[in-house]
Design a protein around this ligand. Structure first.
Ligand SMILES: NC(=O)c1ccc[n+]([C@@H]2O[C@H](COP(=O)([O-])OP(=O)(O)OC[C@H]3O[C@@H](n4cnc5c(N)ncnc54)[C@H](OP(=O)(O)O)[C@@H]3O)[C@@H](O)[C@H]2O)c1
Length: 273
């Protein structure tokens, strides 16, 4: 199927990470003009621009910083004129397990600034530029997480940001954006445990993998390409032109969290007597 993404200008935030890079490759394969956003990994950004061709733009920004986001969109406008598709993929998952009662305000703020504020800032600039070039259709894909669907103990900061972007934000923006571009769509994807630089250390531990797969019928982890394929399909008006405001979980059918080991359950206390 021709997804009709050829020559579409696609900005992928965090294109230097696992899911971002896989998405960038798929969009490039479809003939899209991919803009590679990166934060610290300049080396990978340069490698990808070489791979995709000399027209490819790579741009650096800390997306938690309002001024840097505004400057990034200004620079893209000068060089490319417009953006058709925005993939809000950049994010952090602070590895350390910290309960809410022990969580510092600085950890909470840092996570929310990268995982929530950045999405607001990028989408705001994207819609503003949409108004200027009078595009009829446009597409935004927001990368949430199953943490935002099921919660994640020890990572309430991350789970809260991901819920916010996948639900309240996505569903509000899809009703607003049509005032600017009548056929514009906003959808979210929520990956479960996916092999990428973000999770590599955690998923190297066999016990952790066994534990997280207890609630996954397919009994396997996701690959970055699993998420990237869904992002590309959702971005395509041809394939998904009537799909809007959806939150699609990409997690092998994950049911939720496994909270207890069998030996932690006291059978007698399970009944109210
Ligand atoms: N992997 C999973 O299991 C999983 C599960 C659910 C959801 N997700 C979500 O999927 C998205 C991609 O994750 P991934 O697994 O591909 O992670 P990753 O490999 O660690 O990539 C994260 C990307 O975010 C960028 N980034 C980090 N901090 C930034 C900042 N302050 N400003 C701008 N960019 C920043 C990084 O840029 P540089 O590398 O250039 O520094 C990198 O490109 C994230 O939103 C993540 O929360 C991942």
């Amino acid at each position: 199927m021709n997804l009709e993404l050829k020559d579409k200008i696609v900005l992928i935030t965090g294109a230097t990470g696992g899911i971002g890079e896989a998405s960038a490759r798929l969009f490039a394969k479809e003939g899209a003009d991919v803009i590679i956003h990166y934060h610290k990994n300049r080396e990978n950004a340069e490698k990808l621009t070489l791979e995709f061709g000399e027209e490819t733009l790579a741009i650096q920004a800390d997306l938690a910083d309002e001024h840097q986001v505004v400057a990034m969109f200004k620079s893209i406008k000068e060089k490319k004129g417009r953006i058709d598709i925005l993939i809000c993929n950049a994010g952090i998952w602070p590895e350390e397990y910290i309960e809410i009662e022990k969580m510092s305000f600085s950890r909470w703020r840092k996570t929310l600034s990268v995982d929530l504020d950045s999405v607001f800032l990028c989408c705001r600039s994207f819609v503003q530029q949409l108004r200027e070039f009078n595009g009829d259709s446009a597409s935004i894909i927001i990368v949430g997480s199953t943490a935002g669907v099921f919660g994640e103990a020890g990572h309430a900061d991350y789970a809260s940001a991901k819920s916010a972007i996948s639900y309240g934000f996505t569903k509000s923006l899809k009703n607003e954006i049509i005032q600017v571009a009548p056929l514009a769509r906003v959808n979210a994807v929520c990956p479960g445990w996916t092999v990428s630089p973000m999770t590599k250390k955690y998923l190297d531990d066999e016990n952790e993998v066994t534990h997280v797969l207890k609630t996954v019928p397919l009994k396997k982890l996701g690959e970055s390409e699993d998420v990237a394929h869904m992002i590309v399909i959702l971005a395509s008006d041809k394939a998904s032109g009537h799909i809007n405001g959806e939150v699609i979980t990409i997690a092998g059918g994950m049911e939720g969290r496994s909270l207890h080991l069998p030996e932690e359950i006291d059978f007698k206390k399970a009944f109210k007597r």
